[in-house]
Design a protein around this ligand. Structure first.
Ligand code: NAD
Ligand code: 0WE
Length: 267
């Protein structure tokens, strides 16, 4: 018996085998869940289909979360395929590149709206659409980053969006509590995924993290998968509205250890 045996889990945000969603999918499969995947657009289908095949997943549906119609359509498909859903994972974030560099005050109105729509509203919209399908004892999960709480250089607009996503996690947890559905977030340390590549300064941040975090190790998509198993399993039965850090302890430090700082500078 796996920790998720008999549970139906839908995962949004699979792009490739480096995605945090892939780490979560593999861990869920290992623990016996029945999986379904949703991906953003045509460009990704050729990457997502083989990954689904690898885990024997046959529910693979496109959904651009910017569209209410596509959210409604994927909800109906999930209803006819699974009937009821136990777990919904939201592993989606997006801002225009312009919004991830320079002065935060230069964020455009349109850029602000886009980042909030794709990175925050989409979780609320999916929760609204799927709540009628959620079984008692079910769980929803999203992915966030510490740039929501403290300033991470260049993260800018995404930091503001993640702060709103974390607040949304708490409001959704409050709403869905009476239905016996829990809502939590994993705050992951930096991981080299598609969404992190080509971000200016990411490589350095990823490297410094090893020196500055208490465990002195980068985190992996497998770590996110294992934490997701716990948060979405019955072992976390009364855990809801939480932001659970999977970050080698980085967030507990008020200042870097002086020796670690020297090592980071020596690089
Ligand atoms: P990723 O690029 O693999 O995943 C991001 C996903 O968002 C992609 O699958 C992409 O298709 C999807 N997406 C973007 N716009 C969409 C739309 N309109 N409709 C549907 N899907 C859309 O990168 P990742 O790092 O695995 O990101 C997953 C989540 O983890 C994001 O919320 C990200 O902010 C968060 N996160 C990432 C890190 C990191 O360092 N990589 C750290 C903490 C949190
Ligand atoms: O949430 C993220 C990724 C967010 C992201 C990244 C991109 C790059 C490509 C959202 N939208 C886009 N749009 C693009 O066009 N992370 C936590 C990873 C990340 O991104 C950063 C980071 C870290 C860490 C951006 C700047 C600084 C640090």
């Amino acid at each position: 018996m796996g920790l998720l045996t008999g549970k139906n889990a839908l995962i949004f945000g699979l792009a490739n085998d480096r995605s945090i969603a892939w780490g979560i999918a593999q861990a869920f499969a290992r623990e016996g869940a029945n999986l379904g995947f949703s991906y953003a657009g045509d460009m990704l289908e050729k990457r997502v289909r083989p990954l689904a095949a690898q885990l024997g997943v046959n529910f693979v549906e496109q959904c651009d979360v910017a569209s209410d119609e596509q959210i409604a359509a994927v909800t109906e498909k999930a209803r006819s395929h699974f009937g009821e859903i136990d777990i919904l994972v939201h592993s989606i974030g997006f801002a225009n590149k312009d919004e991830l560099q320079g002065k935060f005050y230069n964020t455009s109105r349109a850029g602000f709206h886009l980042a909030m729509d794709i990175s925050v509203y989409s979780f609320v919209g999916l929760a609204k659409a799927f709540q009628p399908l959620m079984r008692r004892g079910g769980a929803m999960l999203t992915l966030t980053y510490y740039g929501s709480v403290k300033v991470a250089p260049n993260y800018n607009m995404m930091g503001v969006a993640k702060a709103a996503l974390e607040a949304s996690t708490r409001y959704l947890a409050s709403d869905l509590g009476e239905q016996g559905v829990r809502v939590n977030a994993i705050s992951a340390g930096p991981v080299r995924t598609l969404a992190a590549m080509g971000v200016s300064g990411f490589r350095e941040m990823h490297k410094n993290f090893v020196e500055l975090s208490p465990l002195h190790e980068n985190i992996s998509i497998e770590d996110c998968g294992n934490a997701a198993v716990y948060l979405c399993s019955d072992w976390a039965a009364h855990v809801t509205g939480e932001i659970h850090y999977v970050d080698s302890g980085y967030n507990i430090m008020a200042a870097p250890d002086p020796q670690a700082l020297k090592a980071a500078k020596a690089g």
